[in-house]
Design a protein around this ligand. Structure first.
Ligand code: TRP
Length: 453
């Protein structure tokens, strides 16, 4: 008989706490900053459709697999993969998959923290009324001015990293669970207000059509890869973050139902952000493909013109900062859990060390907007490379390998035992999706993007 494990790091107080924490991890800059700008880069509707298909058919089944492995292993991803491989008599090299995730986590956190820093900067700008009744061009130059200043970017990058380290130091339950409970609904409400505002602008029809009327002539292999990458990024999948959160999940919670709630909430927030932003893009004559600055230009223009815009704008960036915060902690947690388990470090020391590594890596992203902007590889800056490499390559690859491990390597009896949804149709559908459809989907999109099929 298999011995039931417990995590040395503690446990969520309930299934609901896990849903909140995992939703907090999933909902972040990925939904509100990255989804709109990537959608704009790849042409709108057709991209959105592929994105939703990737969430349903590839990401959700892999998310169930990731949570399941985490709960069964009850350790950091590296050790979870090791003990599960050992338990099932499989090759111990599967633990390298945990390492891939830890590295991806550092890389993502490094640039994530820089963008979260922009949010921090914008809280003060919106609060001081910098956007109120100024010309659109002035708002564009506010953003350009921020990017041109390495000093300002470093200050907010450092502050945000410190915030992340502090919460991770405090551990699984204190602080985090409580914060998410209030902030997520508040963010949701403000987004709905923004959607209401966007509906009243002249560009609403065009913006809505841009998002929901697929024009397949705009869909490229590269765009499909980006849609899949976005699905992994937005759901915090493929690098062990959700696995780590799963390792703190009580044994009796339903993995299928929690996955469903997280994915629905995450997708709704992304789509709402799209509906709030694209009408503004067209109303103000901006370009949908203007890149990472998209929301930092469109939204301030709207805040500058709407009644009570100063308050709404400040509130919005505060909530976005919190959304980013509840996500960034999940990027650091897997590495910290490993340091605590294997290096016998205290939580605060481990968090400090891991945060320092990500902070240093982030300096490259800070400089890629100014001093290093001409240092490029395949026309991509350091920041672009970090973003592309992690979202489009490392996360889907991690997810692919997780799916293979969970459905081809682990015996069926083990996944039946851990998922606790019986052997029926639900289980069989999941198994079919992780065993065949998700791996083939990821592979097809990879091969298609590099032009092989
Ligand atoms: N999902 C988060 C967002 O949308 C970012 C994030 C947190 C993440 N943890 C992750 C992305 C793990 C990939 C992997 O903002």
């Amino acid at each position: 008989m298999r011995v039931k494990r417990n995590s040395i790091h503690g446990q969520w107080s309930s299934r609901w706490a896990f849903i909140l924490a995992a939703t907090g991890s999933a909902v972040g800059l990925g939904n509100i900053w990255r989804f709109p700008y990537i959608t704009g880069t790849y042409g709108g509707g057709a991209f959105v459709l592929v994105y939703i298909l990737c969430v349903l058919l590839i990401a959700m089944p892999i998310m169930m697999a990731e949570i399941m492995l985490g709960r069964r292993g009850r350790r950091s991803p590296i050790n979870t993969m090791y003990v599960l491989a050992e338990e099932e008599n499989l090759n111990r090299s599967w633990s390298y998959l945990g390492w891939l995730g830890v590295v991806a986590g550092f890389l993502i956190l490094s640039f994530y923290s820089v963008v979260a820093g922009w949010t921090l900067d914008y809280i003060f700008r919106a609060g001081s009324g910098a956007f109120t009744n100024v010309a659109d061009t002035a708002i564009v130059s506010i953003f350009d001015g921020l990017l041109a200043s390495p000093e300002r970017l470093m200050v907010t990058h450092s502050l945000f990293m410190a915030l992340t380290v502090i919460i991770v130091s405090m551990g699984v339950q204190s602080g985090l669970e409580r914060a998410v409970k209030f902030l997520m609904p508040a963010l949701f409400i403000l987004l709905v207000i923004m959607v209401g505002y966007a509906m009243a602008t002249p560009g609403f029809k065009e913006g809505f059509a841009y998002l929901f009327e697929p024009d397949f002539s705009k869909l490229t292999g590269e765009g499909m890869l980006a849609a899949m990458g976005q699905a992994f990024f937005s759901l915090s999948l493929g690098m062990g973050a959700i696995m780590t959160y799963g390792s703190y999940l009580p044994s009796n919670a339903s993995i299928a139902r929690t996955t469903f709630s997280i994915a629905v909430a995450d997708t709704c927030v992304a789509i709402l952000a799209g509906i709030a932003i694209f009408p503004l893009v067209f109303s103000y004559g901006l370009q949908p493909n203007s890149g990472p600055g998209l929301i930092f230009v469109t939204l301030p223009i709207a805040f500058g013109q709407m009644p009570y815009g100063q308050i709404v704008g400040t509130g919005f960036f505060v909530l976005l900062l919190f959304a980013a915060w509840t996500s960034s902690i999940s990027l650091l947690e897997p590495a910290v859990a490993w340091l605590v388990e294997n290096r016998d470090m205290s939580r605060p020391r481990a968090a400090g060390l891991a945060g320092l590594i990500a902070w240093i890596l982030g300096i490259g992203s800070v400089l890629s907007f100014n001093d290093w902007q001409d240092i490029r590889l395949f026309d991509k800056t350091y920041f672009d490379i970090m973003d592309y490499l992690t979202s489009n390559i490392m996360l889907p690859l991690g997810g692919l390998l997780l799916a293979i491990f969970a459905s081809w390597q682990m015996p069926r009896s083990s996944s039946v035992d851990e998922l606790k949804i019986g052997h029926g149709l639900g289980y069989q559908t999941w198994r079919f999706l992780v065993r065949y459809l998700a791996p083939l989907g990821v592979l097809t999109i990879f091969l298609n993007a590099i032009g092989l099929i």
